[in-house]
Design a binder for this molecule. Structure first.
Ligand SMILES: NC(=O)c1ccc[n+]([C@@H]2O[C@H](COP(=O)([O-])OP(=O)(O)OC[C@H]3O[C@@H](n4cnc5c(N)ncnc54)[C@H](O)[C@@H]3O)[C@@H](O)[C@H]2O)c1
Length: 257
């Protein structure tokens, strides 16, 4: 028996990286999935859904940018139309757009706030409306970052969005616990294509430093984080809400430097 048997979930940003690992781990536990990514993409949610279906799982993909009310409603409507309900939402989608404060463009600021912060709000709002109306004791898992806790050079947009996601997680948890809906956040750290925009030699150095300062002497992989998602999405997590869980190993106070 799987930990998520009979459950229906949306995982945004699941064409690759963490989102894809989350989707595959949830499928292994018996969940049906709406996967999502943007196009054009080297690896898109269409491919994740194909892979899942070929392995005998149930998945459909929605190619759309998160942030708008339209996308949020489309994700929820697809879950309900294809699988009959929605129990779990994982707000994971988003890239970085780094720049120093004095060099950051309005586009860089707006893009990150729109995708990460507004996207998490809009998707959560659409999901909880369905959960409350249908008396579903649902789960929302928001993906934040150590950067939202500690800050980081060149990431004022990302830090603001990820810090805002932590504040929303705690607020939404307090609002929705009375409906049996648990809302938590995970701050992950894992080698993914998110780091592809860092120059290769710098990236290698960064990973070495990150491994060195980690008590576990390694930088995680997406599959090191995925079991935490499965737990928070499951009925076992009924007494855990409003929390931020760092699935990073022990990296000390500052995530990057
Ligand atoms: N990798 C890490 O160490 C790390 C650390 C902290 C937080 N995070 C967060 O984890 C999440 C996943 O990161 P990742 O490392 O897997 O990155 P990634 O770049 O490998 O994957 C990002 C995924 O999000 C999708 N995406 C991007 N913008 C989107 C949008 N507007 N609408 C819908 N989908 C969109 C992409 O299509 C892709 O599938 C992000 O929210 C990221 O900020 C990652």
């Amino acid at each position: 028996m799987g930990k998520l048997d009979g459950k229906v979930a949306i995982v945004t940003g699941s064409g690759r990286g963490l989102g894809k690992a989350f989707a595959l781990a949830m499928i292994r536990e018996g969940c049906s999935l709406v996967v999502n990514s943007v196009n054009p993409e080297r690896r898109s949610a269409d491919q994740t859904a194909d892979e899942i279906r070929k392995a005998g799982g149930k998945a459909v993909s929605v190619i759309a940018e998160v942030g708008s009310k339209e996308t949020a409603e489309k994700l929820v409507d697809t879950a309900v139309k294809e699988f009959g309900t929605l129990n779990i939402l994982v707000n994971n989608a988003g890239y970085g757009r780094d720049a120093m404060l004095h060099q950051m463009t309005e586009e860089q600021w707006d893009y990150i706030i729109f995708t990460h912060l507004r996207g998490t709000f809009m998707n959560s709002q659409a999901a909880v409306k369905h959960m409350i109306d249908n008396k579903i004791r649902g789960r929302i898992i928001n993906i934040t970052s150590g950067v939202g806790i500690h800050g980081n050079v060149g990431q004022s947009n990302y830090a603001a969005a990820k810090g805002g996601i932590i504040a929303m997680t705690k607020t939404h948890s307090k609002e929705l616990v009375r409906y049996g809906i648990c809302i938590n956040a995970i701050a992950p750290l894992a080698k993914t294509e998110m780091f592809d925009n860092v120059r290769e030699d710098l990236r290698d150095f960064m990973f070495q430093m990150m491994a060195k300062r980690n008590v576990l002497q390694k930088v995680g992989e997406p599959n090191d984080v995925a079991p935490v998602i499965v737990f928070l999405a499951s009925d076992d997590a009924h007494f855990v809400t409003g929390q931020v869980i760092c699935a990073t190993g022990d990296v000390g106070e500052l995530p990057w430097d």
